[in-house]
Unconditional design. Structure first.
Length: 287
């Protein structure tokens, strides 16, 4: 009996030790499994966050032309820029552009033809007039779009040799509805900036007219446009009949006492009114 107590371990002690070893092995495995589950959960959350961000971005994009913002995305991207313009008392502008003869193109040459025209106009706005640049150095408006002012040498591109280079213009581009486009741009030199944009738009309009006529043989697509400054508003609720009659007047907002949403909405209405005025003038030949 004494030998058993002072010599080799009893059977019960051996079993107890083995049980404890087994217990800790199980605990260790569970801990490892828990850590693996945690890592997997982190990875799942990361993927979910990325998918959510991608979905959010898709919701702000035009479904047919995803390189362009939709109206929701335009407002989301533009409001911080409008806030900047108001804060620093600078000049920001909204361009409202509406395609002419799109319904005729769709009816007489198919919606696919109409989509080609919209695609060409989208390309012209992005590549020939408004080109995105990430974080322009030395400017207070980061991650915006600058006017594309490089001279084109190929014959198929627009020739702008007589258009002066302007480094101080920025913008955002969106498709508002089927045939309507919006652009926000900022210029540190408003007069020259507007002149530059108007020259580019006139060139783009001429190019689109010739391009669409070559495409269809008988229908010339064009567009009408209006430009409004952040800080302008209509003298009443937008009324197309008053616009047609030339009775819609433009007033100035107090830029120090207006928020960015109100300022943007007001500029959108003014630019739309001016777009319709341009459309009417071009149809009637009235100046």
């Amino acid at each position: 009996m004494a030998e058993s107590e002072g010599g080799s371990p009893q059977k019960g002690q051996t079993v107890d030790q083995e049980q404890r070893k087994g217990y800790w092995k199980v605990r260790a495995k569970r801990n490892i499994d828990t850590l693996n589950d945690y890592d997997n959960l982190k990875a799942d959350n990361k993927r979910l966050k990325a998918n959510t961000e991608n979905l959010s971005e898709l919701l702000d994009r035009d479904p047919h032309f995803p390189e362009l913002l939709n109206l929701q995305g335009f407002k989301k991207e533009t409001l911080p820029l409008v806030e900047h313009v108001l804060k620093y008392d600078e000049e920001g502008f909204v361009l409202f552009l509406d395609v002419d003869n799109l319904k005729r193109l769709n009816d007489e040459h198919s919606h696919a033809t109409g989509d080609k025209v919209l695609g060409e106009l989208s390309r012209l706005l992005k590549e020939e007039a408004f080109k995105r640049e990430e974080g322009v150095e030395g400017k207070r408006l980061p991650d915006v779009i600058s006017i594309h002012h490089e001279k084109e040498e190929d014959t198929e591109s627009l020739n702008n040799d007589d258009i002066e280079k302007n480094d101080d213009i920025y913008s955002q581009i969106a498709r508002r509805t089927g045939d309507e486009f919006l652009v926000f741009f900022h210029s540190e030199n408003p007069v020259e900036g507007i002149q530059y944009v108007v020259k580019r738009l006139e060139r783009i309009r001429g190019h689109l007219e010739n391009w669409s006529l070559d495409l269809t043989g008988d229908v010339k697509a064009s567009f009408s446009y209006g430009i409004a400054s952040i800080g302008e508003k209509l003298d009443g609720k937008f009324d197309i009949e008053r616009v047609k009659a030339g009775e819609m007047n433009v007033l100035k907002l107090d830029k120090k006492n207006v928020d960015s949403t109100q300022a943007l909405e007001a500029a959108l209405e003014v630019s739309e009114a001016r777009m319709y005025a341009d459309k009417i003038e071009r149809k009637t030949g009235r100046t």
